[in-house]
Design a protein around this ligand. Sequence first.
Ligand code: ZN
Length: 322
Amino acid sequence: MSGQAVRRKLQKKPESTTDKRKYEPHKLTASTHGQGELILREEPLLRIPTEVTTYSPGALLLSALAGLSPRQRESFYNLSYVNLPSDTLPGTEEYNDHLALAIFQTNAVATGDKVGLFPRMARINHGCSSAFNSIYTWRENEGVLVIHALKPIKMGEELLTTYLDTKRPRVERQQHLRQHYGFECQCAVCSLSDSASAESDKRLSKMAELYARFSTWQHGDLTGKEAIDIAREIWVTGEKEGYWSERGQLAADAALVAAAHSDKDAVRAWAELAKKWYTYEVGADSEQVRWIREVLANPIKHQMWGSREEEIVGSPGPELKL
Ligand SMILES: [Zn+2]
């Protein structure tokens, strides 16, 4: 998810902030959801281009807001915000400009080449690492944001998604969340004892490092087998941590490596795993699942097929069959 990058681009760092309406711990609880079940499907209230060319993104936002119905505008102004500059007077045009921008920046998410605001989705709180149980995805071709249950969710359990890549130590995650969203994260992972948190930090940092190493395969720095061994290690480390997100993508990337090295059995095995986890994370009716089904049906049609030296790279192995 590239939401963070987009948010940064729009972020105007204020010199001071007033946090009148910090994130309230209004818990959004769920009814029972099976893994991969659709929890929410929402059209954007508004979307604005990522590349804001105007000198005032707030003005652009205000004109988009002017096009909404009174009820839609109300749902916008009911959202939380942080980082509102305190040097403007309420009621002035400048204040309204800053307020709209603060609300937008606090709640908006990346949607293709635009940034969108989804009032219902915006009310789902954040959890780090193993604490989040749902994933949001923008579907460009349908023009909607969908949220799926990454993990089985029990009745009454809080629905949590993730606002950032949480594969980093607690101190860094918390600093980011404090700065950009104005709250102290008290999720199950951030609430671990110091020793348990240090173990979790180690696993998360290890995953981030392994992902970085895995990506060097594309520059020819790893053999296919080395890359696949790393993918497996990421998976196993994630299992220990309870971090299940991005597994569809990871398995699909492993299938790509296998295809490049012409290992048909490995392509099938990784693609099978990718199908399973893409289904949980982005939905059975997603483009990703459609595409991976095609790979499964005919591995040698994979666009990377045979583009590298022939090699037996290896399948996921029994430890990954979850
Ligand atoms: Zn947390």
